[in-house]
Ligand binder design. Structure first.
Ligand code: ADP
Ligand code: LRH
Length: 484
């Protein structure tokens, strides 16, 4: 039989990619067949993603995946889609999505909706496991829907819209649905109580299918367009990119042992746990309980490398963002400075004058900056590392154990200073990588559903050695954060 290969469509806030993966001589091998830029732009409706363009790029990537399989005699045996969380589209009865797809970067101030809610915040957290944050699907929908009738609209999250385009079928999965603050992660059902409280009870929510379910075969027109000679199932993978990235983190194996950091446009810091932790302490410490591919992800959301991405965009001018490598190299020669700002500060969410916002936060933290770009990047990385260390310590308070090590996945796992400082601040080893954890987790879920491996963690256990790098804490370099 032909070797089996799987295609992951992984849509991140800064780029989308199509990755082809399969098991070759006992190691999992991955090839990025297409990468395309993503970002938000201003539209009359607000800050939005160009979803039509992203879908076109997705098809171009899948076409390459099909060609690669044909060229080396492999059988494309599955497709899965994961993306950033919380954003949605409303779909008309005939399947037409309302565009543009709005971005969480333009989230309105949630105060009016919060004030109009009759449930108290503790009750909302108790059901959803998600704290009140401006980006939450439910709060943003409530702010927009007061003036309109939602009766014949159905909500789909971004991966669900892709699955609709590929298969013609509607539905969702618990991982992406849990980012909305509308799902009860204990039952994997949307909460009528939460929907009613926000006046969203008229809106049709998607039916949820289990992680690994087959959403359907490719529509014939799509199949023909890709030049595929056979049927291919589209799986409901862990549609949330963060859940896909942590698909290896079966809580039975990692709970109390490993802290998790997903470092991309956002940074998510926490651990995989068996049950949601919705205590008052967890709420106060700002942790979300999102559904993982397996179990629950107890995570704190931090503004991550968005800070750096936006600075590079501002410095590079309209066309090309500035190259991060020389700046990161220069910063690597600087000493750690413990005067840092809180990298989860809400004022970092939106677009516009990122350098100015960072300079203000540094001034408030008593950190002197010179006029150079380097000193801004220096402050970003030091502050992010300290915020990671604080997040790991807060996680330990909630789970009641000291973890042995920290795993950092995503693009930020290639940032040496960030990984090294995290290891030094915590005096624990950091395992950095894989960089493309979401795509790998997406494929791992498909391979599990297809019966090729027993669990997604088996794929991560059989990665090529160059996919990860260990940063040992050096006892001669104990750095300490001093932020109050
Ligand atoms: P997302 O999925 O949210 O789009 P990624 O996981 O792709 O994000 O991470 C993107 C970030 O990874 C970039 O903003 C950049 O800071 C970092 N990154 C990528 N490659 C490198 C590298 N070679 N060295 C340092 N940082 C890198
Ligand atoms: C990271 C992510 C994160 C969400 C954010 C909106 O890509 O999915 O988990 O909270 O996007």
């Amino acid at each position: 039989a032909a070797e089996r290969a799987y295609a992951a469509v992984d849509l991140g806030a800064s780029s989308g990619r199509v990755v082809l993966g399969g098991l070759r001589t006992r190691r999992w091998h991955f090839e990025e067949v297409h990468r395309f830029a993503n970002g938000v732009s201003d539209t009359a409706a607000g800050l939005a993603w160009d979803l039509e363009q992203l879908f076109e790029e997705t098809l171009a990537g899948l076409r390459r995946a099909v060609e690669r399989c044909a060229a080396d005699g492999r059988r494309l045996s599955g497709i899965g889609v994961d993306s950033w969380g919380v954003d949605w589209v409303l779909v008309a009865p005939d399947g037409t999505p309302e565009l543009p797809g709005l971005s969480y970067r333009g989230a309105p101030d949630p105060a009016p909706v919060l004030a109009s809610r009759s449930l108290d915040p503790g009750a909302v957290y108790g059901i959803s496991g998600i704290p009140d944050q401006a980006i939450n699907t439910g709060l943003r929908l409530a702010a927009r829907s007061a003036s309109r009738d939602l009766a014949d609209r159905q909500l789909l999250f971004i991966p669900d819209l892709w699955v609709l385009g590929l298969t013609g079928n509607r539905g969702s999965d618990p991982t992406i649905a849990s980012t909305s603050q509308l799902l009860d992660p204990r039952t994997d059902r949307f909460s009528e109580t939460l929907l009613r409280d926000l006046g969203l009870d008229g809106l049709a929510m998607p039916d949820l299918e289990a992680v690994g379910a087959i959403a359907g075969p490719l529509r014939e027109a799509v199949r023909d367009g890709l030049g595929l000679p056979h049927d291919v199932p589209v799986f409901r993978v862990a549609g949330h990119d963060t859940a896909a990235a942590f698909a290896f983190a079966d809580p039975a194996r990692t709970e109390g042992v490993e802290a998790l950091v997903s470092s991309g446009t956002w940074s998510l810091v926490g651990a995989a746990v068996r049950e949601p932790i919705t205590t008052e302490q967890a709420e106060r410490l700002g942790f979300s309980n999102e559904r993982g591919a397996d179990g629950v992800l107890l995570l704190r959301n931090l503004t991550g490398l968005w800070m750096l991405q936006e600075c590079l965009r501002e410095w590079g001018g309209a066309e090309e963002p500035a190259d991060p490598a020389p700046l990161l190299d220069a910063v690597e020669r600087r000493e750690f400075d413990s005067r840092t700002f809180d990298a989860s500060a809400p004022e970092l969410l939106g677009t516009g004058d990122m350098e100015g916002r960072l300079r203000t936060l540094c001034a408030e933290a008593g950190r002197p900056l010179d006029d150079s770009r380097e000193s801004v990047v220096h402050a970003i990385i030091d502050s992010l590392a300290v915020t990671y260390a604080e997040g790991v310590r807060a996680t330990e308070q909630l789970i009641g154990t000291r973890v042995q090590r920290v795993r950092i996945v995503g693009g930020g796992s290639r940032n040496h200073r960030l990984c090294r400082l995290t290891a030094e601040l915590l005096q624990r080893p950091v395992i950095a990588g894989p960089t493309e954890a979401s795509a790998i987790g997406n494929i791992a879920v498909q391979a599990t559903a297809d019966g090729i491996v027993a669990s997604p963690s088996a794929v991560f256990d059989a990665l090529a050695p160059e996919q990860t790098r260990v940063y040992e804490p050096r006892p001669d370099r104990i750095v300490q954060e001093s932020r109050a």
